[in-house]
Design a protein. Structure first.
Length: 87
């Protein structure tokens, strides 16, 4: 048994392991409001790593799509709405 935690390649190479860890941590946040704020931080990291996905008004449906695809849970189950798909 090694000293370090086994890590696979990050799901999003541009964002790296931090994005994977952030996405995995969200369900453990107790407060719905804090989870929503944390999800927005996740989106900002994705937008910084993929600036070509950001629209002129600063929004990014592609970043939200990416988060919803990468999460191994349904973000809606934790109070996270996709602002471009959920109406």
């Amino acid at each position: 048994m090694g000293m370090f935690i086994h890590q696979d390649k990050p799901k999003d190479y541009d964002c790296g392991y931090n994005l994977d860890l952030m996405i995995a941590a969200l369900p453990r946040i107790q407060s719905r409001r804090d989870r929503v704020d944390y999800a927005k931080r996740i989106i900002e990291l994705i937008k910084q790593s993929h600036p070509n996905w950001v629209d002129d008004d600063g929004t990014s449906a592609a970043a939200w799509d990416h988060y919803f695809e990468l999460a191994e849970y349904n973000p809606r189950d934790y109070g996270i709405r996709h602002p471009h798909r959920d109406t």
